[in-house]
Design a protein around this ligand. Structure first.
Ligand code: ZN
Length: 404
């Protein structure tokens, strides 16, 4: 048994002071230090008087396979970025070898993230993911707009899905990712969603990320017109938006980006079990604009970094800082609390893993972050954690100090 005695416990729904936490693999009790030491006289006491104890984060949308990218891909506009992904994919993917993947996983954990939604295009990283200390919802991605290649693409998807299904455990779950409405043929999307339904898997889909996607799906026009003509000899989109969205009525879905979604689409999704995944840094770097959080309000949302193919970091503190500044019309103090609550408790709930809370019986998966010594107002703690934390000082996974 260990007892940690921080300046604050952020549950994250409440901020508790004069409170300590007793834990083994799970959190055993939350009480004053005096009461806990009385109950557990042999416990090791960890003093953390200048720190706050928080649950760890869940980052529901990353692409670990692209972790070798720092400056290979072209940022600024969506289509030039997509062309650069196609141009450099063959060198970027092998550059993310075992060591690169381990480094990315280590960077996630040391920045306070212990649960992720991993979008996997090829499946090469599956075993490393399944053996890691992270909780991983492993989304096997299907892609393919050309009906002639549909069988091959579907077979590859099925193969990867069932391989990941075999590796399922308490901390590793098999899911389905539909790449996007512009890149996945309606029939393929339908078949993959039937698999998700049958196995009760969560579905992830990139939806209306760019203005180019909006123009292509609505009018068969815009920069995608040349892209599809040149690369795939296609002149029409393979999906119509409402018909595509109807496919998602019976699955639990994560709709990623949604920056260019319209009211009708939001209304349609409102009738389904859908959470929006918001990646402000990726949206900014690829020139896609800012998600209007007011417009999507009928739907719940949470925060993710996206992969290193469109971000410089997988650190959720960076993403929360970006969100804080991008959504400048929200009150900083209140919005900071919302962001931390979403990144911890809500994102764990969305992915269906235990954790993200400091509560009796929850896994003792927690992080200690520095509290500025001069903090005066406790109600500004969330804001100052976001502003001042580069990395947590300690991360515990199921009661064990990571890296020690
Ligand atoms: Zn993505």
């Amino acid at each position: 048994m260990q007892i940690i005695n921080p300046r604050f416990v952020v549950t994250p729904h409440e901020v508790l002071s004069h409170t300590a936490v007793a834990f083994e693999e799970k959190i055993v009790a939350i009480d004053t230090l005096a009461n806990l030491t009385k109950s557990y006289p042999n416990a090791k006491v960890i003093e953390a008087k200048e720190q706050a104890l928080l649950p760890t984060f869940a980052n529901p949308h990353v692409h670990l396979e692209f972790s070798a990218n720092q400056a290979t891909l072209s940022y600024g506009e969506f289509l030039p970025w997509l062309y650069s992904v196609i141009e450099h994919r063959e060198e970027l993917l092998p550059r993310c070898d075992k060591q690169c993947l381990q480094n990315a996983i280590n960077a996630l954990i040391t920045s306070g993230t212990t649960t992720i939604g991993q979008i996997s295009s090829y499946g090469e990283e599956m075993e490393i993911c399944a053996a890691s200390k992270l909780n991983i919802y492993y989304f096997n991605e299907i892609i393919g707009s050309n009906p002639a290649a549909a069988d091959v693409m579907y077979a590859s998807f099925l193969d990867r899905f069932f391989q990941s299904k075999k590796l399922e455990s308490e901390s590793f779950k098999a899911g389905v990712a539909i790449h996007s409405p512009y890149s996945v043929h309606y029939i393929l999307a339908k078949k993959a969603l039937e698999i998700a339904k049958k196995h009760e898997s969560i579905v992830s889909v990139h939806y209306m990320e760019s203005k180019a996607e909006r123009e292509w799906i609505d009018n068969a026009n815009g920069p995608f017109k040349e892209f599809f003509a040149k690369l795939l000899n296609q002149s029409r989109p393979v999906n119509e938006s409402e018909r595509f969205l109807q496919l998602f009525q019976e699955t639990k879905n994560l709709f990623v980006h949604m920056v260019w979604a319209n009211e009708k689409e939001i209304e349609l999704l409102h009738n389904s079990d859908t959470t929006i995944i918001h990646c402000p840094i990726s949206n900014r770097l690829l020139g896609n604009g800012v998600l209007d959080l007011e417009k999507i309000k009928p739907l719940p949302y949470t925060l993710a970094t996206d992969g290193l193919s469109s971000n410089y970091s997988l650190n959720m503190f960076e993403e929360m800082r970006a969100a804080l500044f991008v959504h400048a019309h929200y009150h900083a103090k209140e919005f900071a609390k919302e962001l931390i609550t979403k990144a911890t408790a809500f994102s764990h709930e969305v992915l269906g893993f235990r954790g993200g809370v400091i509560a009796k019986g929850a896994p003792a998966t927690m992080q200690l972050v520095s509290v500025p010594k001069d903090l005066v107002r406790e109600d500004e703690l969330f804001l100052h954690i976001i502003l001042h934390t580069q990395l947590p000082q300690k991360v515990y996974i199921k009661g064990e100090l990571y890296g020690k």
